[in-house]
Each structure stands twice: as structure tokens, then as C-alpha cells.
Design a protein around this ligand. Structure first.
Ligand code: NAD
Ligand code: GLY
Length: 396
């Protein structure tokens, strides 16, 4: 098991990310060490898909460590990351008799984590919570850094709070059951993290993607090896995967440590805002297709290519660097097509992006792989934007 410590500018707020194959079996012990003896009750929030796979193990582990566990399963899907589900979650916490010394555990992907985290942030003005992420996207990104929230009909993540978890427990074996598209979405976010902030992380992720055929990864948790045999390829994959996820968590932890709340005053290349690379176009693509065509990470995959095209067209990114980005996105897996989408409609939606500050859009671009630059939208004329969208959206 690897441990990464997340620190925030508030000295009292720090927590561990524990990563490894099979660590879910330690959930009770880890939760007890983190929460202390005072915590009696745990409210477990998950969904049916995930609970069927890992619920029993989680509940029995927590029970064995002396916690009284109550469970609520939200419906599965982005559309349920809503105020209505939040109300149901808060009602569940109150019916479970959760007190300030108790805790919430989120078992699932980013949807469960964001909603459960926000319920924990707001119930009794804040109770402890533990993230047990089970998608790749949640393991490398959403579970780390304390962004929690729900969507409004007007847009994604419009209501929320920064509420750091007390522990993040990442069992990489849970990824064995993840559908291929969810893996692709997670890998796109992984490529994003390397592309904006760490060339070595980018190259390491590309190496892993080039070497692994995830379709051959056994769905069974038990690895098919015998003790006398050399390590099977599967074991090597499992080790490489856990180490790469750990490297991503380390990267995200470093960004969060420097700019926990994504300060409006920051637009340097270590600001948290750089993690929005690919998101300006990505959000517009999700909205223009009614949130039905793309997984979030897939839309970010297209969005990164558009941001790469803009960077090249502004003369700040060498064509060979853009080609490396394209190749990396290709390795993540097939993306749903985007070339049929009306570019003018995308441009209109980009102009109303909720990440704008005083009405101005800030684009996260790159000067090279691993080096982000934040650029004011006024520096990108409509012709350049249209040309970059056309090229970026047909690049896959
Ligand atoms: P998700 O939570 O919808 O999970 C994807 C699907 O995989 C779901 O159907 C889920 O039930 C299923 N699933 C989860 N784990 C599984 C497993 N191990 N095996 C089989 N199926 C499994 O999607 P996601 O990509 O994890 O998260 C997306 C959400 O995360 C979005 O709402 C996004 O806004 C949010 N997000 C938050 C942050 C943050 O910093 N808080 C960062 C990035 C994304
Ligand atoms: N996923 C972007 C962030 O956590 O800031």
C-alpha cells in the first residue's frame, strides 16, 4: 500500500490517500485509525451498481471495526447529482442519527463522491467524510482535493462546497469491473494532468496505456498465478497501474496544497485552474449534446485537442507537441464522434461558460507538454477559435 499525504494551506487540514490492490479489505481499520474511538456511526452512501460489487465487503469491514453502519443508495447517473438527491441524502443522515462525531463514507465514482461529500459538508455544518472511489476518474481526480457539490438545471456543479475528506482509500482492484468507456474517460483526465503540469507523469501514463490491453484484464479479483511462476503480466499491470494512480494523486495533492480553493487571483502555471484544461470546450460539448453523448472525461478528451489546436494556432505550441497530445488521447480509447457538432453552437456555449470571471473566459492552454499557460479569452479571436474547434473536433 502506498500513502500520500495531502496538505492544505490550513495547517490543521491534512489527510492521507492510501492506494493499493485489495486495500478495501482494510476499510474498517483505516476508518477507525482516521476517525478515532469517538465515532460510533457511519452513513454509507453508494449506488446500486457499486454496492452490489463492493457493498457487502465495505459494510462488514466497517462493522468489524465497531461502527454501526446505515446505508443509502442513490440512483446511478449524473442526472441524480441533484438538489433532490441531496435532500434525500440529508434526510438519510438525520434518520440515521448521525452526530457531529460521526462520519459519511462515499463508495462509488465521482457522482457519489461529489454528492456524499456535499451532504457531509452541509449536514450539521460539516461532518467527517471518507472517500472510497471506485472509478479511475474518481481515483486520480475527483476524490482528491475537496470539491463537492451538485448540479442545477442551469449547469454542472453550480452548488457546492470545499470540504476535504479525512481519508481517501483507493483499491485499484475495483477498476476490474469498470466498463471500458469509464476507463477511457478516466485516462483522458489522467492525460490532462500530465499535459498541464508534469511531462514525466504524461510520459509515464502514455507508457502504461501503450503497454496494457485492458480488455485482457481478468474481471476476477484473484490473479491467475502460481507461486512458482514468474510474475504474470496481469500482476505487472496491477503494480504499474497502482503506481501510476499514486503518481496522479501525488500531482493533484501538490496542486491542491498550493491553491486549495482555486483562487480567482491565480493564473500561474501551478494554480488549480490549470486542471480545467480541456474543460471549456468539454463542458460545451456535454451541454450541446444534452449530456447524453459523452462521458465527462470523453468530452474533456476532445476539449484538450481543441485547446491544443488553439495553443498551436497562437504560436505557443510546437506541432510535434500537439501530435504527442493527439497520440496520448488516442491511446485512452475511442471517443464518441464530435465532428458533426455545430461549431457556432459550441462557440455560443463557450461564451457563457460558468468558469468565466467578470464575464471573461480564461482558457487553459499549453506551451509544451507539462507546461500550462492561462490566457484571457479576448486574446483568441473568433476566427482562430472556429478554426481550432473544427480541427480539434475532427482529430479523433
Ligand atoms: P460516475 O460516478 O457516474 O461513475 C461512472 C459509472 O461507473 C456509474 O454508472 C457507476 O455506477 C459505475 N461504477 C463506479 N464504479 C464502478 C466499478 N468499480 N465497477 C463497475 N461500475 C462502476 O462517473 P465518474 O466519471 O466517476 O465521475 C464523474 C463525476 O465526477 C461528474 O459529476 C464530475 O463532475 C465529477 N468530478 C468531480 C471532481 C472533483 O474534484 N470533485 C473532479 C472531476 C470530476
Ligand atoms: N477536477 C478539477 C479540480 O479538482 O480542481
Amino acid at each position: 500500500m502506498q500513502t500520500i499525504r495531502v496538505r492544505t494551506p490550513v495547517k490543521s487540514v491534512k489527510y492521507d490517500i492510501r492506494i493499493g490492490s485489495g486495500v478495501l479489505s482494510e476499510v474498517g481499520k483505516e476508518a477507525r485509525v482516521t476517525l478515532g474511538e469517538r465515532t460510533q456511526r457511519i452513513a454509507l452512501i453508494s449506488n446500486e451498481t457499486v454496492f452490489k460489487l463492493f457493498g457487502e465487503q465495505t459494510v462488514s469491514g466497517l462493522n468489524a471495526a465497531g461502527f454501526e453502519v446505515s446505508t443509502w443508495l442513490m440512483k446511478d447517473g449524473e442526472q441524480y447529482k441533484s438538489l433532490r438527491s441531496l435532500e434525500q441524502a440529508l434526510t438519510f443522515l438525520s434518520r440515521s442519527g448521525i452526530e457531529r462525531s460521526d462520519a459519511v463514507v462515499a463508495l462509488g465514482g465521482g457522482v457519489v463522491g461529489d454528492l456524499a461529500g456535499f451532504a457531509a459538508a452541509s449536514y450539521l455544518r460539516g461532518v467527517a467524510f471518507i472517500q472510497v472511489p471506485t472509478t479511475l476518474l474518481a481515483q486520480i481526480d475527483a476524490s482528491v482535493g475537496g470539491k463537492t457539490g451538485v448540479n442545477l438545471p442551469a449547469g454542472k456543479n453550480l452548488v457546492g462546497a470545499f470540504h476535504q475528506p479525512r481519508l481517501v482509500l483507493i483499491d485499484t482492484d475495483t477498476l476490474r469491473t469498470l466498463p471500458p468507456r469509464e476507463l477511457t474517460a478516466g485516462w483522458c483526465e489522467a492525460i490532462k494532468q500530465g499535459a498541464v503540469g508534469d511531462r514525466k507523469l504524461f510520459e509515464r501514463t502514455v507508457r502504461l496505456l501503450s503497454s496494457i490491453d485492458f480488455s485482457l484484464w481478468p474481471k476476477e479479483k484473484k490473479l491467475q498465478t502460481n507461486v512458482h511462476a514468474a510474475k504474470s503480466q496481469t500482476e505487472v499491470y496491477a503494480t504499474d497501474l497502482a503506481a501510476t494512480i499514486a503518481a496522479h494523486c501525488r500531482f493533484k495533492a501538490a496542486i491542491v496544497a498550493g491553491d486549495e480553493k482555486e483562487s480567482l487571483d491565480r493564473d500561474d502555471r501551478r494554480s488549480r485552474r490549470i486542471l480545467n484544461f480541456g474543460h471549456t470546450t468539454g463542458h460545451a460539448l456535454e451541454a450541446v449534446t444534452g449530456y447524453r453523448r459523452f462521458r465527462h472525461g470523453e468530452a474533456v478528451g476532445h476539449g484538450m485537442l481543441v485547446a491544443g489546436e488553439i495553443s498551436k494556432n497562437l504560436g505557443m505550441l510546437a506541432p510535434r507537441e500537439l501530435e504527442s497530445l493527439r497520440e496520448a488521447v488516442r491511446l485512452c480509447g475511442p471517443l464518441p464522434p464530435a465532428q458533426d457538432i455545430d461549431v457556432d453552437e459550441v462557440m455560443r456555449l463557450i461564451k457563457s461558460d460558468k468558469k468565466s470571471v467578470s464575464g471573461k473566459i480564461k482558457w487553459v492552454l499549453i506551451e509544451e507538454i507539462g507546461k500550462a499557460r492561462i490566457v484571457d479569452g479576448s486574446e483568441i479571436d473568433s476566427r482562430t477559435l472556429r478554426k481550432s474547434l473544427r480541427a480539434g473536433l475532427r482529430a479523433q
